[in-house]
Ligand binder design. Structure first.
Ligand code: FE2
Length: 328
């Protein structure tokens, strides 16, 4: 049996994971940067990752019962993400690759979310809704690549929720607390709804909601902010289903854990006779196992990468990658 190690460090999480050649996850561990008052300061998060890198990788290896020398490939998230954070994971992966003479594999973080979502839910050919702090994209596979059909033109939906939560004094990450408040809100307050073709914009919504803090009921405001943002995403996803003729939706990325989003997507897919797949929470949030899984897929497809080619790419778009590991 062959094994692969993956290292994630694109944003707030430093994670490591180990998969086997059949893409089963043997172990994963992570350390997450949090802040009571602020969002992610890249330099602070990078310091956090540097301080925890060794113990997280060690813990993952110990849990898996495998040794470094048994790894067939060392994968890491090459981008997109925060530069200082990406560098920590890339440096750790290069060091291990050189020390243990193992192939290196930089992978796209978004593709790792997609592949791990597909593997865990057994989705076959879905419209993919990739929603996280930094990313919001509606994606479908066509002719050798995952194509971005629509995306945010400004901030990720997770960033919207965290920024608003921070304004409400919820700390970072605010997602889980704001998600709970959603179900307690009752009255919909009108907020800017911004869908432009297949693309979305959230910053106007954030500004408008912030001006209402202290003037409206807090729970109603959380409910209205999320309902508006998720209705925008659901509308674009529905159009993607209609346009592509696909019959499945896959939710992945950290915001896929939102019960509110799941509920709205469930209603839409049910009405269209489509099936909703939700990536399990532990795998939907940033983690090293999904990077290991993506690295193993690409390694098995014959891809190689030299240390020279392993530079980080903060703006790495997933449609840049030719998909050699699956058929149309
Ligand atoms: Fe992510």
């Amino acid at each position: 049996m062959k094994y692969g190690l993956g290292i994630e460090s694109t944003a707030h999480t430093f994670g490591a994971g180990i998969v086997d050649e059949k893409l089963n996850v043997l172990a994963h561990a992570k350390a997450q940067f949090t802040s009571a008052t602020e969002g992610i300061k890249p330099s602070d998060a990078a310091r956090h990752h540097f301080e925890h890198a060794f113990e997280v990788i060690q813990k993952t290896l110990a849990q898996s019962g495998r040794k470094m020398k048994e790894m067939e490939v060392i994968a890491f998230a090459q981008g997109p993400g925060l530069g200082p954070c990406l560098k920590v994971g890339a440096t750790a992966a290069r060091a291990l690759s050189i020390q243990f003479k193992k192939p290196l594999m930089g992978v796209n973080h978004g593709l790792a979310h997609i592949s791990s979502g597909m593997k865990s839910t057994k989705a076959r050919d879905p419209v993919i809704v990739y929603v996280s702090g930094g990313n919001t994209q509606i994606i479908a596979f066509k002719e050798g690549r995952y194509r971005i059909l629509g995306e945010t033109l400004d901030i990720g939906v997770g960033n919207l929720l965290d920024s608003f939560g921070r304004s409400m004094g919820m700390g970072f990450p605010a997602g889980p607390r704001i998600d709970a408040a959603y179900f307690e809100g009752k009255n919909l307050i009108e907020l800017p709804y911004s869908v432009k073709g297949m693309d979305l914009a959230f910053s106007g919504l954030l500004t408008a909601a912030r001006t209402k803090i202290g003037k409206e009921n807090e729970k109603d405001l959380c409910f209205s902010l999320m309902h508006t943002a998720f209705a925008m995403i659901t509308e674009v996803t529905e159009r993607a289903l209609a346009h592509t003729g696909k019959k499945e939706v896959l939710l992945t990325g950290g915001v896929a854990c939102s019960q509110a989003l799941q509920e709205m997507m469930q209603k839409m897919t049910h009405a269209r006779n489509a099936r909703l797949h939700v990536t399990p929470a532990w795998l939907a949030q940033d983690n090293g196992a999904m990077i290991a899984l993506q690295g193993m897929l690409e390694f098995k497809s014959g891809k190689t990468m030299s240390v020279k080619e392993s530079g980080i790419n903060q703006h790495f778009r997933l449609d840049e990658v030719e998909v050699k590991w699956k058929n149309d």
